[in-house]
Every structure is written in C-alpha cells, then in structure tokens.
Design a protein around this ligand. Structure first.
Ligand code: ADP
Ligand code: LRH
Length: 474
C-alpha cells in the first residue's frame, strides 16, 4: 500500500510542534518537522498570546514541509482550550487573543450576581467552572470593554482562527467550542438561551463543525507563500485534549486517561454527558470528544507548576532542566512536603519557588530547604490530586478504575509516572508522548477514508508505539 502523509499541528501552552504523520496501512510513524516556543507576552497589565508570531511559525513549518517534495494529503490543527480571537466586519482580527491566565477574570465566579444562572450554566453545559472559561472571558469583555463586542462579528477559537487564516473559512469546531462552557452538552450546539441571558451577541458564534470534516483548502496566498499546493485542512478534535484522548490507546471501560502536559486532564470517555449532583460537587467537566464521545474529566493544575519552578530557578542562574528537577525530587531529603495545586497561589505567581515555600510555611509544614524538597512538594501535591480525582471519578461512574493510561510530555518524567502508580495504587501504562499528534492524525485519516473509526485508529496507534508499565510498590 502507498504511504499516506498528513500534517498535524499541536499548539500547547508551552510549545507548538508540527509533525509529519506517515501511515503505511498498519502503522503510523511521526517525524518532527518543526518545534517552536509558545511565548505569551505581558503588555501593560494584560497577558496575551503572540498570535502573529504563532501564525508566522505555522507558516515556517509549512515551508519546511514543502521543501521535502512529498504529497501531503491534509492538515489538521489542535490547540489549548477556551481562548479566542474576535474579527470585525471586514474579517480583521480586532485584538490579540488574551491568554487564559490574564487576570481580568480573577474573582468573576465569586462575584457573579446571578446564582441561579450559574446553576443553569452547569446544568446545560456540564462544564467544570474555571474563571478562564470563554463564557467568563466574554462576560468580562461585555462588562469592561463593551466596545470590543460591538465591533465583533465573528468569534473564532484559537484553532478556528488558524484554520481561518489558512482557508478563509469560518467555523467553530465542536470539541474546542465545548471548552467555552457555552455549548448545550446534549444538543452539541450553542446554548442560545444562556448566551442571551448573559447579554452576549449571539451573532458572533459560528456554525458548529464536527471533527472529521474538510474545512477548506489552503488559500492562494498561503500556497504562494509556503510553496504547498491546495491541500485540504481538516477539522480534527481541535482541542488538544480531545486529540490527546483520541490518540490514547484506551482499551476498556476500567481504564482512565491522564494527559500530562501543562495541565493534567484525568477522566474517562462517556457515551453521553453525565451531569448530576456528583459531577457538580466534584466540579467535573463534560467536554466534547471525537466520534460523538463525551470527555468526562477533571482539569488539574499539573506540570505548569514544574514548568514555573524550572523558570524560577533558571532566572536565578541555576541551569537545570526537567530531568534534573525530577531526579532531585525523587531523592528529596524530606519526602513529606506537599502543596495543594488548586490554591490560587499557584495559578500565575511571579516566582513559583517562592510560592511553594510560602505555602509550606503558611500551612505549618516548615520551610522546604532546597530544590529537591521544593520540587517534591509540587509532585506530591499533583499526584495527590490524581488520587482524589480518581476516587471522585469512581464515585461518579459507579465502577472501579484499575488502569491509568498516561500520555503527553509529562510521561518522559519516570518519577512522575512511578509516583502516580504508587500513590493511586493503579496500574499505569504510558504512551504516546505525542498523543495529541496521533489523535489529530487518525481523525484526518478517518476523514479521508483510510481508517474506519476511532477504535481502529487506536489499535493502529497501539501497534505504532512502545508502551511502558508502572506498578505500585507501596
Ligand atoms: P504542552 O502540550 O501543554 O505544551 P507537553 O505535553 O509538551 O505540554 O509537556 C510539557 C511538560 O512535560 C513539561 O512541563 C515537563 O514537566 C514535562 N517534560 C518534558 N520533557 C521532559 C523530560 N525530559 N523529563 C521530565 N519531564 C519532561
Ligand atoms: C490543555 C488545555 C486544557 C485546558 C487548558 C486551557 O492544553 O487545553 O484542556 O482547557 O488547556
């Protein structure tokens, strides 16, 4: 059989990557074409994504591919959730997209005047309350900068925005739109009543497009600039977590997935939304998945804390990377320091190492002395969240979870994987690292008719990678 080549872009909060996926009928191999940092910019009091730079890097990646002179069948793009760009009546981007860690939404849920409406938001959307959800970002726009929404004619989430500038087609892809907390989880369409009750302009929301469809073709300008031909751009699970779940070789109902990137996303796949007192109490989310599945999961503040510790030490002239930090944590002099990653201290501190120290002192644990102790406090806190989340999940779904499939950049951290097995008492199976890329690629292959369905795609992924197993030794 001929090899099919697809391009998968995955924009994470810390880096973006373009991979060439090669499918020979049995296996998928991925080749990294281009990787670039995703460096958000603080401008005045505001915190933005550098969208122009990211689009520039996207084109740089496409130019590198065109030099390879191979026939590319399609392109798919996935990104982090909730953030968006607004276009005016001439389809011009009105402002740089805000970073979800921008402080303008701080305290918004607590200060929300209409409690009944908050209840309704969860009942309709089934989405975990987080202050950065699109619904609250837009509500802030409405309250604080109404002129922006007055000008806006189109709302595009980050992957929709990239797709638009590649094809000139405007859609809101289903999985990314679900992260907004403005989709009706049952109907898989905009919750128009909620949107009206919040006084948001309903006209800016686009038609919802399901994963697995052709969005459009590279425009003439992009073709000229990159040297590529009129390749189709496909709507994949354009939320990175949706692609990562699709790319995780889950085998049965007693397995959970745990996606370890900047965030940790822990959950199961469900045939339909589960919205009840338990999911509300535990603040679980029902995000949209590939092939109509619901991603019942919890968003956990995860390796962001390790990323920020690294940055803080690097800024103080200590040149250590992730492998060293992990090593030092595994050999910490004091193994018992622990933080609560949900504490607001850890959302966006100026200095993460100081934040961890402050937390430990304020909670009466004393002062962690060195890098090993500080990092260990963070690891312990993250993994404790995994354990609690699994308990809640078992309560919600009414069955035992015996296996965790861990994927994402974090699985390169063997200490994290082993600690997860030890603390949760579950079997941990890891792989792939680039789960979003694999999930992105199989949805393209499904759309083009090379793969029948998600089940077949996952089998192919399992055959294509090496998995590792970790067992609890406690
Ligand atoms: P995102 O997609 O959100 O940008 P990734 O999936 O790339 O994130 O995961 C990044 C995280 O993976 C880092 O914050 C770090 O904690 C972890 N990581 C990456 N490489 C290594 C490594 N070699 N050793 C230990 N941890 C690593
Ligand atoms: C992970 C992720 C996650 C959250 C956050 C905003 O990259 O997409 O699912 O929604 O970013």
């Amino acid at each position: 059989k001929d090899t099919v080549y697809n391009l998968a872009f995955d924009f994470g909060a810390s880096s973006g990557r373009l991979m060439l996926s090669k499918f020979d009928g049995e296996k998928i191999t991925i080749e990294e074409v281009y990787r670039f940092p995703n460096e958000p910019v603080k401008l005045g009091q505001s915190f933005y994504w550098d969208f122009l730079r990211l689009f520039h890097e996207l084109k740089n990646g496409l130019k590198l591919v065109s030099k390879k002179k191979i026939k590319i069948s399609s392109i798919g793009i996935d990104t982090w959730g909730v953030d968006y760009g607004l276009l005016d009546k001439n389809d011009q981007l009105i402002s740089n997209p805000f970073h979800y860690r921008d402080k303008r939404t701080d305290g918004i849920i607590k200060d929300f005047e209409n409690m009944a409406l908050l209840e309704e938001i969860y009942d309709v959307t089934g989405i975990q309350f987080m202050e950065f959800n699109t619904i609250f970002q837009l509500y802030c726009d409405y309250k604080k900068r109404p002129e922006l929404l007055n000008y806006a004619r189109t709302l595009l989430f980050m992957p929709d925005l990239f797709n638009f500038y590649l094809t000139h087609e405007k859609y809101n892809e289903y999985t990314i739109a679900s992260t907004s907390q403005m989709l009706d989880a049952e109907k898989k369409d905009w919750a128009i009543d909620l949107i009206k009750k919040l006084n948001l302009p309903e006209g800016i929301f686009q038609k919802i497009l399901m994963p697995g469809n052709i969005i459009g073709y590279l425009t003439k300008e992009i073709q000229e600039e990159t040297g590529l031909s009129n390749i189709p751009v496909i709507s994949v699970g354009s939320h990175d977590t949706a692609s990562a779940v699709a790319g995780t070789p889950i085998e049965n109902g007693s397995s959970a997935y745990l996606i370890c990137g900047t965030w940790s996303l822990l959950g199961v796949e469900s045939e339909s939304p589960i919205i009840n007192e338990n999911t509300k109490k535990y603040n679980f989310t029902n995000e949209g998945g590939v092939e109509g599945f619901i991603r019942l999961l919890k968003n956990i503040n995860g390796l962001w804390i390790i990323q920020q510790l690294k940055q803080s030490w690097n800024l103080h002239g200590i040149k250590i990377g992730f492998p060293e930090i992990s090593q030092m944590a595994s050999k910490a002099k004091h193994e018992e320091f622990i933080i609560n990653p949900d504490d607001k201290l850890f959302i966006a501190p100026d200095d993460m190492a100081e934040a961890v120290k402050q937390y430990c002192v304020e909670t009466g644990q004393g002062l962690p002395q060195d890098i090993g102790d500080i990092a260990r406090a963070a690891y312990n806190g993250i993994v404790e969240q995994y354990k609690n989340c699994l308990n809640n999940l078992e309560d919600i779904v009414g069955r035992k979870i015996d296996t965790i499939h861990m994927v994402g950049g974090g699985i390169q951290d063997k200490f994290l994987c082993k600690l997860t097995a030890d603390v949760t008492g579950k079997k941990v199976i890891t792989g792939p690292v680039e789960a979003s890329i694999y999930g992105n690629a199989i949805v393209q292959l499904m759309a083009l008719g090379y793969i029948k369905d998600l089940k077949e795609g996952r089998k192919i992924i399992k055959n294509s990678i090496e998995q590792k197993r970790y067992f609890s030794s406690i």
